[in-house]
Write a protein that binds this ligand. Structure first.
Ligand code: BV8
Length: 253
């Protein structure tokens, strides 16, 4: 379980040798785009912890308050641009036949960077779900003219189409993520503290199935002692260099 601040040749070889590569991201990858992380400035809002506001109980108690929080995050994310780390992942997707991007992020910045169809484990802040009919609708209007937004079909209040604490992850995406993790030859984990379950189990699923697992983070995380390598640094700073070397190695085969 090594720690490095340099992109070593061994690291490049192990990643380039993978037939199937998975990239798994958390909010740290969007930090350099100006989006606060959960353990960072997003931790507290109006005296509430993020975990408290991201809950059915909070929404039932005061849907207006929860929507005010999500709308503030939407407006902040709408102004944000993908950073070099998001773009490096798009380059990886082009270079590897077997490639999956799994994200815990609801900000949509991977898609904005050009990633094809990331597996969104925790949903998206750019979709809504009808609280009566449970249909999912795109909610790209920003700022929202009506808060809380309502269902265009039945008029019931919409909720953000995100997974709240205490709620199960959507079956399809979680199943697809587990399969991708179980069958990959290597996984790059970027910008997650790996504390929220069941998402944080995915790097361990990959490790247990023989994959080479490296994390890119500004600090050690809950999985650092359980995986192969920790590449210490800001994702926007180190990922482009790592990806460039890996792609050159893949293309030299
Ligand atoms: C469920 C959407 C059951 C909403 C999110 C005890 C043990 C195990 C589990 C639990 C437990 N108690 C409770 C649970 C369950 C709970 C959980 O795991 N809680 C944690 C806090 C202990 N999990 C759940 O509730 C899940 N559901 O268990 O349901 C069930 C099962 C079946 C049937 C019915 C019910 C649902 C979890 C999903 C919740 N929704 N988001 C919204 O956003 O509003 S989770 C949300 O938080 C994010 O999506 C993400 O997953 C998580 C935050 O983690 P990170 O993204 O890693 O962010 P963090 O700030 O922690 O870390 C940032 C990292 O980046 C740091 O390491 C930092 O160093 C690094 N970094 C910073 N800058 C940079 C950087 N790295 C690189 N470059 C940089 N520039």
């Amino acid at each position: 379980m090594g720690t490095t601040t340099e992109v070593t040749q061994e690291l490049v070889e192990r990643l380039a040798a993978a037939s199937d590569l998975v990239v798994f991201t958390g909010s740290g990858i969007s930090a350099e785009s100006g989006i606060p992380t959960y353990r960072g400035n997003l931790a507290l809002w109006a005296g509430f912890r993020a975990e408290e506001l991201s809950s059915v109980a909070a929404f039932e108690r005061d849907p207006g308050q929860v929507w005010t929080w999500y709308e503030e995050r939407r407006q902040q994310i709408a102004k944000a641009e993908p950073n070099p780390a998001h773009r490096a992942i798009v380059d990886l997707e082009r270079a590897f036949k077997g490639f999956h991007l799994i994200t815990q992020n609801i900000d949509g910045l991977h898609q904005k960077a050009g990633s094809k169809d990331p597996i969104e484990l925790h949903g998206s802040i750019w979709r809504g779900r009808c609280t009566r009919e449970h249909i999912i609708v795109d909610l790209t209007e920003c700022p929202l003219t009506t808060l809380p937004p309502v269902c265009g079909r039945c008029g019931a209040v919409l909720r953000p189409d995100v997974v709240w604490f205490g709620e199960a992850l959507p079956h399809g995406p979680f199943e697809a993520a587990n399969l991708a993790a179980a069958f990959c030859g290597a996984m790059i984990v970027v910008g997650t503290s790996a504390q929220v379950m069941p998402a944080a189990s995915l790097p361990l699923v990959a490790k247990q199935n023989g994959a080479f697992v490296v994390e890119v983070n500004t600090e050690h995380t809950a999985i650092s002692t359980l995986i192969d390598e920790t590449l210490l640094g800001a994702a926007g700073g180190v990922l482009p260099g790592l990806v460039e070397k890996v792609i050159r190695r893949v293309e030299s085969r």
